[in-house]
Design a protein around this ligand. Structure first.
Ligand code: KG4
Ligand code: ZN
Length: 357
């Protein structure tokens, strides 16, 4: 196999249009360019992502973003060794934009095309910055997913916990919307929470002491809604509620992460390992501080990707593409967009009424 691999990564699964050039020199990856165009302005007035608008915006921007990634990276299209694009999970209309342009370019250039699982992009993202040893425990917290996964290797995932209702990023976004804290919800809530009293409201911590390391946030969000209706427009109380919400989330994550660490140790028989926290919510400083402290107590090494690699980006897609290409897969021009694509295909589906855990 060729020693050096230059990959173009493309990401359009939700509301970020992104392209990146990553070069793997047979030792480590180098992110040569990482271009992200966020659609915050388009979706702000709706308070959430509108799929058709997002897809239209991806279509308008994708060729410019790819050209920017190539230009900034100083790489000509003919020198690309392969193209990786997100094929799922995500909004199908959005995924199709990146997937189709990625496939067309690959077919035209007669280069391999790799269809990447977005969650695998997040799962392997810390490898962009440092060498990571398998197996490790992954806490993936994003807008659509909240999972504990044992990562045994590229393509080898065992899910040990997941949310049974809302994802954590979704809970942040909905809480911010209820409290009118601005869009995008998660980052704005974190900023506003700094000014509030986190001990003012006592909020529920659903399934804290049962259900292993499965998570639940819907009841917490409903409690925020109830309290918000009582306090109406009182600004101080709103900040207190935002801070109390964030503190409750941290309490839940601390407890569930320590359960997940025990399960990881039981299943892998490994005591010393890394806990990798990835996905958009991993950018939250308070969560980072709390989980880092927990890891110190539990004698496990915490790893948080830099902010530019926490949220959606195409460098993580290029890197997952390179690893899949190297270790396992050939051309994947026949893969279609998938709205649901779990990392662990054997994991039980944990959502729906009547679920007992
Ligand atoms: O990974 P990501 O960019 O997209 C998905 O794959 O979903 O994650 C986006 C989520 C959003 O829900 C956003 O509000 C949340 O990550 N997020 C945060 C913060 N930054 C982004 N949540 C809490 N605190 C933050 N600082
Ligand atoms: Zn994501």
């Amino acid at each position: 196999m060729k020693k050096k691999l230059t990959f173009l990564g493309i990401e359009t699964s939700c509301d970020e249009t992104a392209a990146s050039i990553v070069i793997y020199d047979n030792k480590k990856p180098h992110v040569i360019s990482n271009i992200i165009s966020s659609q915050i302005k388009e979706h702000k007035r709706f308070g959430g992502v509108v799929p058709e608008l997002a897809a239209r915006s991806h279509m308008q921007n994708i060729d410019f973003i790819i050209n920017e990634a190539l230009r900034k990276g100083g790489v000509h299209l003919k020198n690309i060794d392969g193209i990786a694009a997100t094929a799922g999970p995500g909004l199908t209309v959005c995924l199709n934009v990146g997937l189709n342009i990625g496939k067309s370019l690959a077919a035209f250039l007669e280069k391999p095309f790799i269809a990447v699982n977005h969650l695998e992009g997040h799962a392997l993202s810390p490898g962009l910055e440092k060498k990571i040893k398998f197996p490790y425990l992954l806490l993936l917290i994003s807008g659509g997913h909240s999972q504990y996964i044992i990562v045994k290797g590229v393509g080898r995932y065992k899910q040990i916990g997941t949310t049974i209702d809302d994802a954590l990023g979704e809970a942040f976004d909905k809480t911010a919307k209820i409290l009118d804290l601005g869009y995008p919800g998660g980052p704005n809530l974190e900023i506003k929470a700094k000014k509030g009293d986190e001990n003012f409201f006592i909020l529920p911590r659903p399934i804290l002491n049962r259900g292993g390391c499965n998570l639940s946030f819907a009841g917490l969000k409903t409690a925020v809604l109830r309290e918000a209706q009582k306090i109406k427009k009182d600004k101080r109380l709103k900040l207190n509620l935002a801070a109390s919400f964030q503190k409750t989330v941290i309490d839940i994550l601390k407890k569930k992460t320590s359960v997940a660490i025990e399960q990881f140790r039981d299943l892998t028989k490994k005591n010393s390992a890394d806990l990798i926290v990835a996905g958009g919510v991993a950018a939250n400083e308070k969560i980072k501080e709390a989980l880092s402290e927990l890891c110190r107590n539990k004698k496990i090494n915490p790893i948080f990707p830099s902010k530019e690699f926490c949220g959606d980006n195409a460098a993580m897609i290029a890197w997952a593409g390179i690893q899949n290409f190297k270790f396992r897969k050939g051309n994947q021009l026949n893969v279609t967009a998938k709205s649901r694509w779990p990392l662990d295909s054997k994991a039980p589906f944990m959502k729906g009424p009547g679920l007992k855990i």
